[in-house]
Write a protein that binds this ligand. Structure first.
Ligand code: HEC
Ligand code: HEC
Length: 395
């Protein structure tokens, strides 16, 4: 790993506490000068080769994108991380480098899929792990009569624009209705900041509830701090840049790179102040068939982020409120979806905000239940500053 003074990591005597987190990453940290701290926003991304020890095929991509490919594998084969890695890996990230038979098979499969796509589909990524595996270790070979003769429930995420569908209601109408339903332009403009407390639950909290704090400032600043058993897990979007610092991440501080990470961070921040929704994305599109979420009909609008991220927003037909967003992150092995569900809308200074947020992606699910939101409180600018690298304290 090169130590060019451009790394995003600071070494401020935290090294010793990081050892338990990621021995594989530690070597990188120690070599970094503290002066590098200021350069965060312009740093080069940490690449697979800089950080991991035994990656033979999935090279040349940023660490975060590599982790998304791991989530893609887990989703495609219906396996946890330890399905292809040793059990110790969860405590000690360097063990993810160990070889196990399934990992070798997976590597051979990556090569197989790549060559079929090249030879048979002109290099287009038509075949992925999901095409064959569909959530099973060994793909089925016999047609299922049960599937043939029953109608599977519709997956709202799978709904796409149908050519020739009437473009009514228009994107403008749906977004207008959302703004009205959220409280109307005037009340929305009067809400300029809020702070929230509640609980957070996910794989990184062993599926128990821990306290969470959220700080939000219009138009697009948002910080969430989940106080996990292993230390704080912090996600910051400061309006121009974003970072994730969590004890369960491969690196203690990960900048949101241009593309899906940045676009997602920005969208989540903007949605804290629904009046700004039109500015959050561009290239709005409708033409999706109506579908349902929890038996309630929803209209879908698609938008695109500055980094070309495709986002689908699902609005409850009756209430007009946003019930789901699905955004897509492209990786060399396939498109990875992230879904965020919003429920339990309550009144905050005349504005409807969701008190229950569930984030679902291929690597896990986080469940955030707010207990209180305080509108229009002053928030120290430091809350939106680049967070310190995560402080891992494995127990
Ligand atoms: C279907 C099998 C499979 C699953 C499931 C899987 N991985 Fe992997 N993992 C691999 C393969 C294959 C490689 C090596 C890739 C290569 O050589 O290009 C790898 C490599 C890694 C590495 C790099 C380690 C190093 O230093 O070389 C990490 C870290 C990792 N995986 C983490 C995870 C995590 C976290 C999960 C769960 C979200 C996961 N993996 C799920 C197959 C899998
Ligand atoms: C063209 C269909 C196809 C695609 C695409 C495919 N696989 Fe497979 N995969 C199979 C078949 C068939 C088997 C079972 C082989 C056997 O049992 O001998 C298998 C087995 C595996 C196994 C071993 C499972 C076990 O029994 O322990 C792993 C791991 C695996 N695949 C990973 C992947 C990954 C990762 C991808 C995407 C990069 C992928 N596969 C894409 C067809 C496919």
């Amino acid at each position: 790993m090169q130590s060019t003074g451009e790394q995003q990591m600071v070494t401020t005597g935290r090294e010793s506490r990081l050892i338990a987190l990621a021995a594989a990453v530690l070597a990188c940290l120690i070599s970094v000068a503290p002066a590098a701290a200021q350069q965060a926003a312009t740093t080069k991304p940490q690449m697979v080769e800089d950080v991991f020890k035994n990656v033979q095929v999935l090279k040349g991509m940023p660490v975060n994108q590599f982790m998304e490919t791991m989530g893609f594998f887990a989703a495609s084969l219906g396996l946890n991380c330890t399905g292809c890695h040793t059990a110790e890996s969860l405590q000690d990230w360097s063990k993810f480098a160990d070889e196990v038979p399934r990992k070798r098979t997976a590597r051979a499969m990556i090569r197989m899929v790549d060559s079929i796509n090249k030879e048979k589909f002109g290099g287009a990524r038509m075949l992925t792990c999901w095409s064959c595996h569909r959530g099973a270790e060994v793909p089925q070979t016999v047609p299922s009569l049960a599937e043939q003769y029953t109608v599977a429930p519709e997956d709202p995420n799978a709904i796409e624009i149908v050519p020739g569908m009437p473009k009514e209601p228009t994107a403008d109408q749906i977004l207008d209705k959302f703004i009205q339903a959220s409280g109307g332009a005037q009340r929305l403009a009067a809400l300029t900041s809020w702070t929230a407390t509640g609980t957070f639950e996910g794989f990184d909290t062993y599926h128990t509830k821990v306290p969470v704090d959220i700080y939000a400032k219009a138009p697009a600043q948002r910080t969430m701090i989940a106080h996990t058993q292993n230390g704080d897990s912090t996600t910051v979007f400061d309006g121009m840049a974003g970072w994730i610092a969590g004890p369960d991440r491969p690196l203690p501080l990960i900048p949101m790179l241009p593309g899906p990470e940045f676009d997602g961070g920005k969208l989540d921040a903007v949605l804290g102040f629904p009046g700004g929704i039109r500015q959050a994305l561009t290239d709005w599109k409708v033409g999706f068939p109506v579908t349902t979420i929890e038996d309630k009909p929803v209209n879908i609008v698609q938008g695109t982020g500055a980094g070309k991220t495709r986002v689908k927003l699902y609005f409850d037909q009756k209430t007009g409120l946003l019930t789901r967003q699905v955004r897509y992150s492209d990786t060399p092995i396939g498109m990875v979806p992230i879904q965020i569900d919003y429920t339990d809308y309550r009144d905050v200074a005349g504005v409807k905000l969701p008190y229950h947020i569930v984030i679902t992606w291929t690597d896990g699910q986080s469940d955030i239940e707010l207990t209180g939101i305080q509108p229009n409180v002053p928030i120290d600018a430091a809350k939106f500053a680049k967070p310190a690298p995560a402080n891992a304290k494995y127990k």
